[in-house]
Ligand binder design. Sequence first.
Ligand SMILES: Cc1cc2nc3c(=O)[nH]c(=O)nc-3n(C[C@H](O)[C@H](O)[C@H](O)COP(=O)(O)OP(=O)(O)OC[C@H]3O[C@@H](n4cnc5c(N)ncnc54)[C@H](O)[C@@H]3O)c2cc1C
Length: 390
Amino acid sequence: MTTQPINNAYDVIIVGARCAGAATAMLLAALGLRVLVFDKSRFGTDTLSTHALMRPAVLLLHRWGMTDRLDEERTPRIEKTAFVYSDDQKSDTIEIDIKPRNGIDMLYAPRRTVLDRILVEAARDKGADVRHGVQMLDLLRTDSGKVAGVRLRDDSGKVHDVGAGLVIGADGRRSGVARLVGATPYVWGRHTTTCAFGYFEDLPVEGNRWYFRPGMGAGAIPTNHAQTCLFASVPDRFAAGSADDRARAFRRVIEESAPDVAARLSEARLVGKLRFFPGMRGFLRQPWGDGWALVGDAGYMTDPITAHGITNALRDADILTRTIAEGASLAAYQMARDDLSLKFFEISDRVASLDWDIPTVQQYHRMMSQEMAREEEALVTMRDAAASAA
Ligand SMILES: Cc1cc2nc3c(=O)[nH]c(=O)nc-3n(C[C@H](O)[C@H](O)[C@H](O)COP(=O)(O)OP(=O)(O)OC[C@H]3O[C@@H](n4cnc5c(N)ncnc54)[C@H](O)[C@@H]3O)c2cc1C
């Protein structure tokens, strides 16, 4: 960790140094910009999130040279995805091999202690000034109201005013930057799920397994340390009650929706505690203005049931950075983000209702798959267009 004083010579300041902020810092620093990125949390810590990555995320990580780092961290390569659908009448499993396309033939689900850390290390390697234990307190503005920097408290408790041409809020779904600039959502989700998850040893699974049953969802994802992340989603059961009540509810959802996993749970060992997410409605916020931009959950949040937030964060880091590199208006960033998000958001919201029958949710999954393929091709096209313009 650098001990240099925070200076006042930055082109860009990024608030939040997890997947959105660290990736944006890495890409902007690689362009030669002077970047400060900071986070109030400590370096390498976990956050409340499972971590399945979809193809567009893996495409970007591969392009950025980071899939080798995931391999070095012994992150399991995921070569299959299974969708298991059941109701009271029948059960139907669809197994899909990850098809080789655009140089990608596997997925990953790295722990956030791995993914966020290696992105931070890459940002630092590219020359970004990265700080942890540093909190944004306020934004600085010019007389005309343009955002011109941040007031922050450093890790020794000292308060500094630090200027920059652009301040990027990568500070998550409860973004303080969004609140301070008045970036209110213009699209809201109608549904939320609550989620419980934990890490289990001796519960091997072959690839990602997603379970859907009217009123509930679950998943089993292989991750680092030879553990399986097991999660359960329902409309409300994990939002209240004692931890014991919620743990019982978690087991019941696994038994009802994923009986093959439940049958092996007694031989598995829960590492640490179950974690609970009480739910939050998704949204798209205005992602830019005079002297500021938002990336990641700060600007666009989807319900965790469709496991797409990290993919969105990396994608939007890529699009925002390209827009800045081209010297284009940040309106172009918003247009591209919304073009790739609005339909997916709508389908994700319908899945989050957990109020569907099996043929309907299967149809939603086909639509989401089409949207993800479109998202992947858009990232390829953008990169090719930038390469031919260079
Ligand atoms: C239960 C659950 C399960 C999920 N599962 C998946 C999944 O399987 N796959 C997937 O793709 N997505 C998943 N998501 C979504 C994913 O967690 C988010 O989309 C992702 O974390 C967004 O990354 P981010 O960098 O934008 O924000 P965050 O990860 O929220 O990071 C924001 C950072 O900003 C920092 N910060 C905030 N305010 C300040 C301040 N004032 N000063 C300094 N620092 C500040 C915070 O400390 C934090 O570290 C899940 C979410 C939940 C809740």
